[in-house]
Design a protein. Sequence first.
Length: 455
Amino acid sequence: MQHSKRPPHTGYTLWHFEVTHGEPKLVTYLQIEQQTPLPTSLVSKNWRSLLSPRLNIAWLPSDSIYLRILQLPQVSNEELHSMVELQIEKLSPIPPSQALWAFYPLSLKPSADSEKIQPVVVLIAEREAIETQIITLEEKGYLADSLEVPVIDLIELTKPEGNVVCIYPEATLFAGAVVLAWWSDSTLKHINTIQLPSTENRVTVFKHLFLQTLTAGTLEGIFKTPEKIKLVVPKEQTDQWLALIKEAAPLPIETVEAPSSEQLALATAKRVIRTSAPSTLMPKEFAIRYRQQLIDSLWMRSLGALVSAYAVFVLIYGAALQVLRWQTDKVQSELRALNQAYTNALRLEARLNVLREREQLKFAALDCWKTIVELLPEEATLQAFDFTEGRRLRIDGTIPADQVSKVLDFNEAVRKVERDGKPMFKNFSEFNSRTDPNNVTASWNFSCELNLASE
């Protein structure tokens, strides 16, 4: 809760309260020059205001407000509003269409014989003057939710007993307004404001207006003749006001030190937050506009935050994509290098295999020739020995017709030849033999493959 006051000097006073368990507690107190902007963190509203409502209260000087008193039954604020509205045209010194008004029921002490009647302070102000004050606050960045008059809290804090007239100076001795509250039987009956001039005849003016109010009020039965004057004034101004009032009013005077501005601000804050439906001089159109501005600003901030978050997401996504592309390019480069290395390895392996095969085949034909010659029967004649493709072997020969069985044994012996524990030959073709027409010589042939050690 913020509370702003424009005092008689050119500066502003800002109180910042926090409400805990229904009790406001002062957190920040600032004196701000008129040309200095108000701290945004203390007076502006944001999305937190929806969860934890913030109330901006502004004080209005009493000299711009007409104060009136009504004696009304003790009813709810809604019913009081209707009752006061019926009396406004009679109470207001300005046309109702050009006026703004609010009311505040004063608290009563419990009494067994109470007549259920309570005094209600009615505040009436010219709309144009109030709007000027609001616009001035707007220019400072302060959007008020409620406009209050500190004299109400001053009256509440300094209630007298009996028939007393209380005098509340609102400004210094040299210029300003004085509020007079007339009490009869401890009940506030009348209230009025006297605007004092800054000239030397201020005593005469005050005396004239004081006696005029006193005479009219007693003759009309509004209040009883006061027994004394209760002067509520800051301590440093006591002597000056005593001198003025002693000359103007022939009544005993009791001086009471006025509550400090901090105490008044705290009292105003308590009064506003404890009133279920507080009445205020704040025009409804301004309150509606401020509410709409808050909602619009929250939407715009949310949209801005969303756009910013999206932009950050796009930046992060783009950066991540670039990193992934860089990693992909790196992997592809490594893969190309590995492919080249793998291709080179395959080439080297192929060359190595060729060299191994050459080494193995270097004496393969001779080994085959040696094996065939050693196993070939003496009766057989070798006609052809073909060794092709480094492994394929074809043998053609002849043998007397009656010795063909020895060639068959030769074929079987070749099948069983081993080298390094494995058969030397494999994939044998069918053994072919043919006898000539004279039945003297038989020609034969078969083929096989050399079983290489690398296979």
